[in-house]
Design a protein around this ligand. Structure first.
Ligand code: AMP
Ligand code: MN
Ligand code: MN
Ligand code: MN
Length: 318
């Protein structure tokens, strides 16, 4: 249960980035370019965690294999919890798992309906062609509010992404469509059934009261959730200590991710994450059964690029 195991894996904690997006959801890079950029920035273990979709993993995996880099199969699932949207990251999922894919397909169906509805609502504000515009800017299957924001910027309705959200797309604004994403227990269940670990993404972003956040974490644990993002590129720096303390008190593993979307406009670029604060137990603690197996160790080459290591197999060795 100590951090010494992690140190002997010979990957510095700052070399993990376990939350990133490609253009298969609302990022701007192809999965291949994302992996290449991450490696160039010094990331050694990268999770691709697109919103509600896993179809970028194959391309990302191929590039990671060719670069000798570790890729973690991930996803970021949209959840509605007590009327609010919360994001749950799944790490080391088996992307083939049927229950997970059925769940994600349902969310994408809602997403598609919602996109048309956002377009309809923006039209009432005399913004024409928003759905078509967002659809055009989306390079993958899903249309996100990010694509609507890019459309509004492109067409000059707003000066920047922030204004697009503040004026049109955030909760309570004319282009916001409240709706039902997955339930918390569904998202955690899908991830677990796919052999993955469930992580509460960027907890500081939800602006929940301390009590409500505690309830979220409590329910998350009851659903089998294991980790919270202590380090997020979308958090203010002071959040790290705060969530490190909560993780330690509540017995959660700690994760770290940039939430990278775009080299230009992003929460944070790749390769710039600070280390987890002292006292955190990293979510990757048990990922590699052979603690001596570093990414640069030729003997461990196949482990370094193994497509999928079920966590269940790692945790119950026999
Ligand atoms: P959706 O899942 O379609 O509702 O879109 C949510 C996405 O919008 C998030 O994953 C962020 O990438 C992006 N987003 C949310 N709020 C903002 C904001 N204030 N500024 C820029 N991007 C945002
Ligand atoms: Mn996003
Ligand atoms: Mn998110
Ligand atoms: Mn994200």
């Amino acid at each position: 249960m100590s951090n010494t195991d992690t140190k002997s894996v010979s990957i510095a904690p700052t070399r993990y980035d376990l939350h990133t997006h490609s253009l298969r959801s609302d990022g701007t890079l192809t999965p291949a370019d994302l992996v290449t950029r991450a490696q160039a920035a010094g990331v050694e273990v990268l999770a691709l965690t697109d919103h509600d979709v896993t179809d970028g993993l194959e391309e990302a995996r191929a590039t990671a294999v060719s670069l000798g880099m570790r890729l973690v199969s991930g996803v970021e699932i949209s959840v509605t919890w007590q009327g609010q949207t919360v994001h749950i990251v799944g790490l080391n999922i088996d992307p083939e798992a049927a229950v997970l894919q059925q769940g994600l397909a349902r969310l994408r169906e809602f997403r598609q309906w919602r996109a048309v509805e956002i377009g309809r609502r923006l039209q009432k504000k005399r913004i024409e062609g928003a759905y078509e515009g967002a659809r055009r800017l989306a390079k993958g299957d899903i249309v996100s509010r990010t694509h609507f924001a890019r459309f509004l910027v492109e067409q000059g309705y707003v000066r920047g992404m922030q204004q697009a959200f503040n004026q049109f797309l955030s909760s309570g604004k004319p282009g916001h469509v409240p709706g039902q994403w997955a339930a918390l227990e569904e998202a955690a269940g899908w991830i677990r059934s796919a052999g993955g670990q469930a992580v509460v993404a960027h907890p500081a972003r939800y602006k929940l009261s301390a009590g409500k956040l505690q309830r979220l974490f409590g329910e998350f644990r009851e659903c089998g959730g294991e980790a919270i993002e202590v380090i997020s590129g979308s958090h203010p720096p002071e959040a790290a200590q705060h969530f490190a303390r909560i993780a330690a008190e509540d017995g959660f593993l700690a994760s770290a991710g940039s939430d990278f979307h775009d080299p230009e406009k992003t929460w944070m670029d790749l390769g710039r994450l600070p280390a987890l604060p002292a006292g955190c137990v990293p979510v990757w603690r048990d990922w590699w059964p052979n603690a001596e197996c570093g990414v640069r160790n030729a003997e461990c080459e196949s482990a370094a690029v193994a497509p999928f290591i079920p966590n269940s197999a790692l945790r119950t060795p026999h």
